[in-house]
Design a protein around this ligand. Sequence first.
Ligand code: ADP
Ligand code: MG
Ligand code: MG
Length: 250
Amino acid sequence: MLKVSNLVAGIEESTILNGIDLEVNAGEVHAIMGPNGSGKSTLASVIAGKEEYEVTSGKMELLGEDLEGLSPEERAHMGVFLSFQYPVEIPGVTVTNFMRTALNETRKARGLEEMPANEMLKLIREKAELLEIDRKFLSRSLNEGFSGGEKKRNEIFQMAMMEPKLAILDETDSGLDIDALRIVAEGVNKLRSKDNAIIVITHYQRLLDYIVPDYVHVLHQGKIVKSGTKELALELEDKGYDWLKQKTTV
Ligand code: ADP
Ligand code: MG
Ligand code: MG
């Protein structure tokens, strides 16, 4: 699904990612952990193609296609989904209307026709039901007055609607309460399938009590310093990140 090889990237003045190798296959959930400032969000942004970052060397492939030079929109149309850390409020636009527009835009970019209104409504209801989203939620104004948990629910709902090949969920470093964590986790568990891959970026070991990842990677100073299975997350909770920092810094 995703193959990242020797990726070096950053902003003009400085390198943030120092040679990342990461291979994610269809059907897998990978967790990326690491201390604040280690480059987790940058990695997500670079995969999604955000233009503020510059790739100096290395390669990224999605389903065998080189991502070099592709805009964030083009990558999204190929099936890359990146959750928003800070979702925007759009007063007057309901959750339903937003989803309808987003999905139709994507279909258009893929050369498909707009989905007929009744079919769209059916799909929205199906996905809402799957994620146990209340009907009332669908007619609310996007992100307006949403609680942390509701923002997460909306994000997962969006992921369900877009049916991405590769979903990257970047969790903020603070402020996610246990309800929000659970919403993310339950959503991810329901949406994981043999046809997609999910990367969950988190600071919290707790999240991985609910989402059992196939692999865990620890990022430190822009490098993956350790990879393992879910046990690695437990080890980290136990020993903290300093244990790995000592190993890698001179
Ligand atoms: P994490 O998500 O692991 O907390 P980030 O990827 O947000 O880490 O940041 C890694 C490092 O790169 C930090 O030192 C951060 O200040 C820096 N950085 C990230 N994005 C930018 C940017 N757009 N401009 C300047 N510095 C940045
Ligand atoms: Mg951070
Ligand atoms: Mg971050």
